[in-house]
Design a protein around this ligand. Structure first.
Ligand code: HEC
Length: 163
């Protein structure tokens, strides 16, 4: 009887350890996936796992309600897929382009300031939810979008059947 209880306990500990180690692994991304374009000139940069995790958290907190899986709820033409970001003016498929967008969002053709309609860290009066973003936070959430374009082939892609 005691032996049985002991075995069950051991199994429990092993199981708990495996789920703990498994979830820790899930958060560590390969260097290849964390390597993203820095600017339009083909220079790239590798973010740390810590930055990727911070970006993921911020994206879930402040962006996912409109950009779930990289799509844009109210304007499906301006999603967060690599192609959509690349074709914007100026191109947004790089870290500095996205950092600039989070500070000063503009229309897809780059002609209009849309900070009245889109979150912007330069307008804390309008967008208190991201008022406390540091430069590191902006970089992390921008980087997260590009990491997703590397890691998830469906990120930002429209399904054939629109809901
Ligand atoms: C309330 C909804 C909403 C929230 C929240 C939101 N966005 Fe957006 N986002 C939009 C809409 C709508 C557009 C399309 C704007 C346009 O018409 O050009 C857009 C466009 C973008 C684009 C341009 C995409 C492209 O292809 O050029 C980026 C980048 C972006 N959002 C990033 C973010 C980030 C990062 C966050 C969180 C910090 C965020 N958005 C939060 C609604 C939202």
């Amino acid at each position: 009887m005691l032996k049985k209880v002991f075995l069950i306990l051991v199994a429990g500990v092993v199981f708990a350890w495996q789920s703990f180690a498994g979830s820790a692994n899930a958060l560590s991304l390969s260097e290849e996936i964390r390597t993203i374009p820095l600017n339009e000139d083909g220079v790239s940069v590798t973010l740390s796992n810590k930055e990727a995790q911070l970006g993921s958290k911020l994206f879930i907190d402040n962006c996912a309600q409109c950009h779930l899986q990289g799509k844009t709820k109210t304007n499906p033409n301006v999603g967060l897929s690599k192609e959509a970001l690349a074709n914007a003016l100026p191109a947004r498929d790089n870290l500095l382009g996205l950092v600039d967008y989070i500070k000063n969002p503009t229309s897809y053709d780059g002609e209009e300031d849309i900070s009245l309609y889109h979150l912007s860290t330069e307008r804390p009066d309008l967008w208190p939810e991201i008022r406390n973003y540091t430069e590191e936070d902006i970089k992390a959430v921008a980087g997260y979008i590009l990491i997703q374009t590397n890691s998830d082939p469906r990120w930002g892609k429209r399904s054939l059947i629109e809901p």
